[in-house]
Ligand binder design. Structure first.
Ligand code: COA
Ligand code: MG
Length: 348
């Protein structure tokens, strides 16, 4: 009787452990993330992240727009093979990238990036073949990621090719643009960090694809984007937790500069580090909203100095311009100074 009770208790315990594994997703994981991977990320990203305030799309099938790339000072220009390109012009887009990229790399002041098609499109390998065969772009974007299995498939395909090519490190940015992608975000990030630690692709950011997300949750975009608030905040929180950039949604009314400015300021206030743009006229407005103002930089530098002085005198919290200052505000001030230094080092 006693042994029966023990057997039942063991079964209950095992069932409970399996339930927990299911809840945390462990039973499904095909990747490992170590503290070492996370620490390595912290160091490398703090030392050298390219600020991507304005991320401009150029449909790679459009030669007229490709020819304008070198005259545009965005932080990042995306040569797009995905949704900016009609299905029947994908090949043309790939051929154009191979043809234009070498010269654009010489002439452009912006970082150049290629957005390939999603894993679920079934045509991403054709994009990769075209991109990896020629001169490599400094950055690569993978849209519509929905689960870690897609990341697994992508890295298992790409990593050996880039290794054989002995390529330099390429920045790697993923898109979250569906309810499923949002729900699976932590696993997606952790699997990407894990693969990125041993490959030539350095995971640096997450882009929020708002229009696909609206379609996925079955809503229309409203004036104040209230239906997107949860997704935007979740993406920011996850990006910041793993030292990644968070790039906000597109403002599609590209002739409405006041609306763009308001949405950019809102995105910056939510914690995004940059925003996607579709027209060159949007670039300076977005860059302005995602750059610390001169007053803010002055505040940050003075605060850091005052903090050091008070620490040396043995005071933790102190009064600065009528506000209580302690460690969290010091961190904010340091991140403003760091952002300013990054912008200076890239000549932005
Ligand atoms: N990249 C490079 N050049 C661009 C550009 C872009 N994204 N958008 C516009 N231009 C150029 C135009 O070619 C035009 O050049 P020109 O003065 O030599 O004729 C100039 O800027 C002014 O453009 P404008 O006439 O105002 O716009 P348009 O009607 O040519 O294009 C869009 C409007 C929205 C179709 C265009 O901006 C675009 O294709 N954007 C990207 C869309 C995209 O990629 N979407 C998918 C990701 S969300
Ligand atoms: Mg999209």
């Amino acid at each position: 009787m006693a042994s029966m009770r023990i057997a039942c208790a063991c079964t209950r315990l095992l069932r409970r452990q399996n339930q927990l594994k299911f809840i945390t997703g462990e039973r499904h994981k095909g990747y490992e993330i170590s503290n070492q991977d996370l620490n390595k990320r912290n160091r490398s990203l703090i030392q050298g992240f390219n600020p991507r305030r304005a991320v401009l799309y150029v449909p790679a099938s459009d030669e007229k727009k490709l020819k304008k790339v070198s005259s545009i000072r965005a932080d990042c220009i995306v040569l797009d093979c995905e949704d900016g390109v009609a299905i029947n012009r994908k090949k043309e887009a790939r051929d154009n990238i191979a043809q234009y990229l070498p010269d654009l790399l010489q002439a452009s002041v912006s970082e150049l990036c290629v957005r390939i098609n999603s894993i679920s499109s079934g045509i991403y390998k054709e994009d990769c073949e075209a991109v990896f065969n020629g001169v490599l772009p400094p950055a690569l974007m993978l849209p519509k990621v929905e689960n870690w299995q897609e990341i697994d498939e992508f890295f298992k395909y790409c990593a050996p090719i880039l290794k054989r090519k002995n390529s330099n490190l390429m920045s790697f940015i993923i898109f979250i643009e569906s309810a499923l992608g949002l729900v699976n975000l932590k696993e997606i990030i952790e699997s990407t960090i894990s693969y990125s630690a041993t490959s030539r692709l350095r995971f640096e950011g997450i882009v929020f694809g708002s229009d696909d997300y609206c379609a996925s949750i079955g809503v229309e975009r409203s004036e104040n984007s209230i239906e997107l608030l949860y997704a935007r905040q979740k993406i920011v929180a996850h990006a910041k937790a793993y030292n990644l950039q968070a790039i906000d949604m597109v403002y599609i009314n590209y002739k409405d500069n006041a609306g763009l400015q308001a949405q950019s300021i809102e995105g910056s206030a939510l914690g995004f580090t940059g925003k996607q743009v579709i027209h060159p006229s949007q670039v300076p407005i977005v860059q302005g909203a995602f750059s610390p103002s001169d007053d803010r930089v002055k505040w940050a530098l003075e605060l850091i100095e005052a903090f050091d002085k008070h620490q040396n005198e043995g005071t933790g919290a102190f009064n600065f311009h009528g506000r209580m200052i302690d460690m969290p505000l010091l961190k904010q001030a340091k991140s403003i100074v760091q952002m300013t230094q990054s912008l200076k080092s890239t000549g932005s």
